[in-house]
Every structure is written in structure tokens, then in C-alpha cells.
Design a protein around this ligand. Sequence first.
Ligand SMILES: O[C@H]1[C@H](O)[C@@H](O)[C@H](O)[C@@H](O)[C@H]1O
Ligand SMILES: [Fe+2]
Ligand SMILES: [Fe+2]
Length: 294
Amino acid sequence: MIAVENQAVVSENAIPKEASDEFTVPESNAFGQSFRDYEGSVRLSIVENCYRLHHINQTYDFVKRTREEYAKLNKAEMSIWEAIELLDDFVDESDPDLDEPQIQHMLQTAEAIRKDYPNEDWLHLTALIHDVGKVLYFPQFGSLPQWAVVGDTFIVGCAYDKSIVYRKYLEENPDYNSPAYNTKLGVYSEGCGLENVLLTWGHDDYMYLVLKASETTLPPAALFIIRYHSLHPMHLEGGYQYLMNDEDRENLKWSKLFCKYDLYSKSKVHIDVEKVKPYYESLIKKYFPEKIRW
Ligand SMILES: O[C@H]1[C@H](O)[C@@H](O)[C@H](O)[C@@H](O)[C@H]1O
Ligand SMILES: [Fe+2]
Ligand SMILES: [Fe+2]
């Protein structure tokens, strides 16, 4: 067991096998289409435009500067639930599978994982908060454009993974032709650990920074899930192995497990927020101080 003082205890090797009614991936998404079909989605033009801007603008330099700015955590002081409620008003332009407010997506993910892993309450809370970083879009948090908030992530500062969606638009990113950034290892060294790489800037890494400074008692696996949950070249295609260390390989089991619920629980059927709120508020109370810095 990994036991850090005051920290939730997570079984070391074992992903708990308590799932009695294990979530099966539905055949089609909220629009009756295949999941993650970036060529055929009914949302194609919105999604493609979002990724075009994302890929052109997410340079190593942009990521570094923006991350440094947000690491100051001087935008707001509020509770987790207050931030979640803001997302009642946010639809993600990068998502080919859903056009519902993000509060619904977060609750759908949390309820699906809770059903299969009823005793891992830290996993329920991780699912609930995994996309809260999308508050970056709101004025109080700097009004970032959607291309700097949402979308699958990839690692910057080294060669672009071959499985990145809409990869052709990366040819217009200035880093594409930079010899410092376009080799296999780029600015990194073999096995340096994912903690030491820069990802495209967005809701994942922002929430990770917020969590790290928050004095949360969530386990390290929760922080790993949050930071890498959109790194699908790693989850779905086995990419970036050469940058991982042993700890990353351990944690990857958790983020792969999480990924299934995140990607495939999307539905038009809404969850009654008021009904589930008391449960999630009790988890927030257990794992977080009342107000945290954003
Ligand atoms: O469109 C989605 C969305 O922006 C998610 O929040 C992100 O985690 C996914 O990876 C991405 O595919
Ligand atoms: Fe996300
Ligand atoms: Fe999500």
C-alpha cells in the first residue's frame, strides 16, 4: 500500500475488481454515431476549427508562458462546487460526441464510475472534477479561447506523436520545423518521467496545478488521472513510452481505467444535479479545504 500521511490509501498494484456490473462501452454516442469519429461527426466544422486553432497556436513557447502565468493561482478563491456550477454554461467545441453542458458530462462520468467502483470514493470525486479546469474560459479566469482550454493533449518540445487528431494542422505550428523540438526526444531525455514534460495547455494541466497547491488529500493517482486524462496518444495508441518512468507506468493503469468512463459515458440523458449534489459535496468536504486558490 502507498500510504502518505493524511492521504487516501490506494491499493498498489491492484485495480479493485469490485465492478459487478462493469460499464460496457455503448455502440453509439449522443448523436447515434460512432465515438470519436472526427471525420463524420455532426459537429465536424466546430470541432475541426477548434483543433485547427489549437494545433497552430500551441507552441512550446506559448505553453511555457501560459503555464507560468496560471501557476501563480491568483485568479480566484472559491470552492470546488462553485467552480463546477460555472460549467453549467459551457459546451466544449472540441467534442465530437456531446454538446451538453460540461456539468452534465462531469456528473455522467462520476456516476458511471461510481456504479462500477462503489468503494473507491476518491475515484468518484476525481471523475467529478476532472474537467473543472475548463473554467479557464470564463472572464474571472482570463477568458482563454477554447483552443487553449479543451481538446486532446499531446506533448510539446519533442516530435508530435503520429496518432494526434487532425495532425495535418500541426504543419502550420512554428515548432514543426524547429530542430530543437522536432526530434524524438526534443528537449527531454529518455525515461525522464511525465512529470517533467510540457503538455499542450488546457483544462487538464491547469486543474493539476490547482490541485497540487490545494492541500487536497486525494491520492497521487488522482492527480495523475487529472493531468493526463486527455493524452489519448498515450491511452489509446500506447505513445510516449520512451518518456515514462516506473511510477508513470503504474499510474497509467488508473488513467486508462478512467478514460473509458470519461469518453464513453456521454449521453443526452441528464443527471438531476440537486439529487446527487449532497453526495458529491460530502466527498469535496472529505478531500478538500473549503476554499482553494485558482
Ligand atoms: O473533446 C474532448 C474534451 O475536450 C475533453 O475534456 C478532453 O479531455 C478530451 O480529451 C477531448 O477529446
Ligand atoms: Fe477533459
Ligand atoms: Fe471529460
